[in-house]
Design a protein around this ligand. Structure first.
Ligand code: G4P
Length: 533
């Protein structure tokens, strides 16, 4: 297969949703249809033994939420699919944002009864900013929910993106019998779900005007469908592939991940419409995937994913050229040539060493401690850097120290590791010594993860005291004078700390306090992220 053929068959995407909308269930069903698993529910069944293929860490199983992003790969109908799992919990936005940097499209799941929820809005916003195509799957159609036309309206009003329904449910009040495929003008009626969604669901396909349809669905349902379709044709959106590609129109599907209603149709249409790996901006202009010279970037680092493999992995997204095991590449930040050995691909905990990979693929590299998030890797003959990742200011702060001072070394090692993974940001309070650190995160759940991982992976119990700050500001004086606690005024209620690169940072309670400090220090410049030098 040529490089272009390899690229064209790849679809790399993330599923975004509010917790509980059905992301795990849909992922599992896609794997079922893709033949990667044979019985759905083997992955995640009851709440009591809740775990998903994409759940790696014990904490995820315990809490029933997905904490870290994972990668799943499978083939379907000639396509190579890479699904990047994004944590649905609102506290994990930073990790999620980074994952969204590595995809070419997104699938947004809505719960038909709840419509657009808070977390959906946040994640949607990131996708929108990246201008990637967004496909919508309205889930849980097997039970009572909002009226389908109202849901389409809600997407447009709340998210500001018009929705084009690719299919439309047939039936009334949550008793749906099938879907009308608006592109193919076909009706798909589903058989009863007799396997509780464990196996593919049987269905029959009819032409829209087949008289058998009325017999099967009844006159009332048939009339209701005609009315809705007429409304859609008259007042609804027009299908426009260009707008879909630009992330300005979301193709919308109705279905039920749990009962496999509409899942196959969704998967097939998604694969048909979703884009293959896209070009990316770099310091040397646009890099197209067909460029024979290899390039990739690191979007995630994770250590100790599995107690059986106590190592650290850097996840790269390939952007151009062909990846080969043991190839040598240029690593942008260190300006060194490095060898990429032991590359791995994933079906959750199952890892495989791979020999080659192509644009759109995600590869896990053994990381001896050289990689950082956002790092670019390129062919040594064509050196450049991909655009920077966005950074997010921390909003929660705590002082942490090891309970047992004998464990200081492991404590420092664990903290260092989690900082490099980008899970926490580390600060030192000036004059506080090295026994304790100030840790900043985007959300409070990360503190639990910190506590859990230090214990599970480094055997360290920690003491943690939450600090009353919500805002961090990197500081500099406009006249170049050195910033220190002694030459700042009005900062008594804040905390003066240094980040890892020893840049001065002030932690304060709220935005209001910032105004006060600004008034008292006219030459002080403040930034929510480190100043670029
Ligand atoms: P998430 O990853 O987005 O958080 O959602 P997840 O798939 O875990 O689904 C959340 C709950 O919604 C689960 O129920 C799941 O079974 C249910 N669900 C998912 N898709 C559908 C659907 O199409 N129809 C209906 N009726 N329910 C659906 P749970 O009771 O929390 O867990 P479990 O006991 O089923 O595992």
């Amino acid at each position: 297969m040529t490089l272009i053929e390899e690229i064209n068959k790849r679809r790399t995407f993330a599923i975004i949703s509010h917790p509980d909308a059905g992301k795990t269930t849909l992922t599992e069903k896609l794997l079922l249809y893709g033949g990667a698993i044979h019985l759905a529910g083997s992955i995640k069944s009851r709440k009591t033994q809740r775990h998903a293929v994409s759940d790696w860490m014990e904490i995820e199983k315990q809490r029933g939420i997905s904490v870290t992003s994972s990668v799943l790969q499978f083939d379907y109908a000639g396509c190579r699919i890479n699904i990047l799992d994004t944590p649905g919990h609102q506290d994990f936005s930073e990790d999620t944002y980074r994952t969204l940097m590595a995809v070419d499209s997104a699938v947004m799941i809505l719960d038909a009864a709840k419509g657009v929820e808070a977390q959906t809005k946040k994640l949607f916003k990131v996708c929108r900013e990246r201008r990637i195509p967004i496909f919508t799957f309205i889930n849980k159609l097997d039970r009572y929910g909002k009226i389908p036309l109202d849901l389409l309206d809600e997407i447009e009003k709340v998210l500001g993106i018009p929705a084009y329904p690719m299919n439309f449910p047939i039936g009334i009040d949550g008793k749906y019998l099938g879907v009308f495929d608006r592109q193919k003008n076909l009706i798909e009626l589903f058989a009863e779900d007799t396997t509780h969604g464990q196996k593919e669901r049987a269905s029959e396909i009819f032409a829209a005007d087949d008289s058998e349809v009325i017999k099967r669905i009844g006159q009332e349902n048939f009339d209701a469908l005609q009315d809705d379709l007429m409304l859609l044709d008259e007042a609804g959106e027009v299908f426009d592939k260009k707008k879909i590609d630009a992330g300005e129109l979301t193709p919308t599907f109705f279905g039920s991940a749990m009962t496999n209603f509409g899942v196959k149709n969704f998967l097939e249409e998604y694969l048909r419409l979703a884009p293959p790996p896209a070009p990316r901006l770099s310091s040397d202009g646009v890099i197209v995937p067909e460029d024979e010279k290899f390039s990739a970037f690191v979007f995630k680092i994770q250590a100790n994913m599995n107690p059986a493999h106590r190592d650290r992995l850097a996840f790269i997204r390939i952007c151009s050229g062909k990846f080969e095991r043991n190839m040598t590449v240029w690593h942008a930040p260190s300006d060194k040539i490095i060898k990429l050995s032991q590359p791995q691909q994933f079906l959750a905990q199952d890892r495989q060493i791979i020999d080659e990979a192509f644009p759109g693929d995600i590869v896990g590299l053994f990381d001896p401690g050289i990689f950082g998030i956002g790092d670019t890797l390129t062919d040594a003959a064509h050196k450049f850097k991909f655009e920077d990742f966005p950074t997010f200011p921390p909003e929660k702060f705590a002082r942490v120290q090891a309970k047992d001072t004998m464990k200081r070394k492991q404590f420092a090692k664990g903290i260092d590791q989690l900082t490099q993974e980008g899970a926490i940001q580390l600060f030192n309070q000036v004059g506080a010594g090295t026994e304790s650190y100030v840790v900043g995160t985007v959300g409070t759940l990360q503190f639990e993860v910190l506590q859990y991982r230090l214990k599970a992976e480094y055997g360290v119990d920690i003491l943690m005291t939450m600090l009353p700050f919500e805002v961090a500001r990197w500081l500099k004086f406009s006249d170049g004078a050195k910033v220190s606690p002694t030459n700042l005024r009005g900062t008594d209620r804040g905390m003066f700390v240094l980040d890892r690169a020893e840049n001065p940072v002030l932690l304060v309670e709220n935005e209001w306090a910032l105004g006060w400090i600004r008034d008292n220090n006219p030459k002080l410049e403040m930034n929510a992220t480190p100043f670029q030098s």
